[in-house]
Design a protein around this ligand. Structure first.
Ligand code: FVH
Length: 272
């Protein structure tokens, strides 16, 4: 049983912008942190904060009970973990590298064979936000290990466990990012449209942001339409929604800024 209040031994592998922020948050939390990075200077920069620099990834993994990985992609994760299998056996690895859900599950199969307990994570923050009140990280996989190290992981921000399927945190991560990009695409298109009437994207931002914030509060009420559609009675019919989107599309065409966006939205939202 890990004492949640005690300092832990933690290794951080990968010290790009995000890995460095994670290591600093752990050091600020009083944990004993060993670091390793392919470019050694980035690791040495953390010595003044109290980090110990390992000679290689295997040494870093052997140095701690909890190993955090935050490198570029799944291929770089494999490059570090696979040759060091003997050194990471029996440890808890938290992979905070962005991967697809299936890459996370595949790494889980490797972990099971090599007696590694794996937690996958999706960071919903930029490096400057780490350790601050708005940062949160999605976790999935080994629930008992997550509970054991929850207090350490909260050094980064709010810790949200989303399921034992290792692919779950990556799936929530991309779902949230998809919402963000859909919003950005609609703003870019809307900005181009209002400019044809002498308006500006800056003015649109002032008007659109509070409206979208209010709309975001209705997501929970819409969730049953996706989770339990057979029992859900929509307040707005698909035909009404399709007609509303057609009007927006027609206005875009009239403005000379025709777009693929609204047709795609119509199909996604209504199936029509
Ligand atoms: N930065 C952010 O805002 C986002 C927020 C959401 C989550 N992401 C993910 O975090 C992973 C790391 O992102 P990062 O911002 O730290 O990225 P970089 O600053 O570019 O650092 C990349 C680190 O990966 C190392 N690395 C790259 N390729 C390899 C390789 N083939 N073998 C070993 N290490 C590799 C790189 O090392 P070096 O260039 O310093 O030697 C850095 O440590 C990422 O999955 C984001 O999607 C961040």
């Amino acid at each position: 049983m890990v004492d949640q209040t005690a300092a832990q031994t933690v290794s951080v592998i990968g010290l790009g912008a995000m890995g460095t922020a994670l290591a600093k948050a752990l050091l600020a939390g009083g944990h004993q942190v060993t670091v390793w990075n392919r470019t050694r200077e980035r690791a040495e920069a953390l010595v003044a904060d109290g980090a110990k620099v390992a000679a290689g990834p295997a040494e870093a993994m052997a140095a701690a009970d909890l190993v955090i990985l935050c490198v570029l992609d799944d291929a770089a994760v494999r490059e570090h973990l696979e040759p060091a299998a003997a050194h990471v056996r029996g440890r808890v690895v938290v992979n905070l590298t962005t991967t697809t859900p299936e890459q996370a599950r595949s790494l889980g199969r490797w972990a099971a064979v090599n007696e590694v307990t794996l937690i996958d994570g999706g960071i919903m923050a930029v490096p400057e936000m780490i350790g601050g009140p708005a940062a949160f990280v999605l976790y999935s996989g080994a629930a008992a290990a997550f509970d054991r190290y929850r207090a350490v992981l909260e050094s980064f921000g709010r810790a949200e466990f989303v399921g034992e399927d290792l692919g779950a945190s990556a799936m929530y991560d991309v779902a949230i990012l998809g919402g963000m990009y859909a919003m950005f695409a609609a703003f870019a298109q809307g900005g181009a449209m209002v400019r044809t009437t002498g308006g500006s994207a800056a003015r649109l931002a002032e008007l659109m942001a509070p409206f979208l914030q209010a709309m975001a509060t209705t997501l929970a009420a819409q969730a049953p339409g996706i989770d339990t559609p057979a029992d859900f009675v929509p307040t707005q019919s698909n035909e009404f929604t399709a007609a509303a989107i057609d009007l927006i599309d027609k206005s875009a065409v009239e403005s000379g800024t025709p777009t693929e966006l609204y047709g795609a939205l119509r199909r996604a939202l209504t199936g029509l």
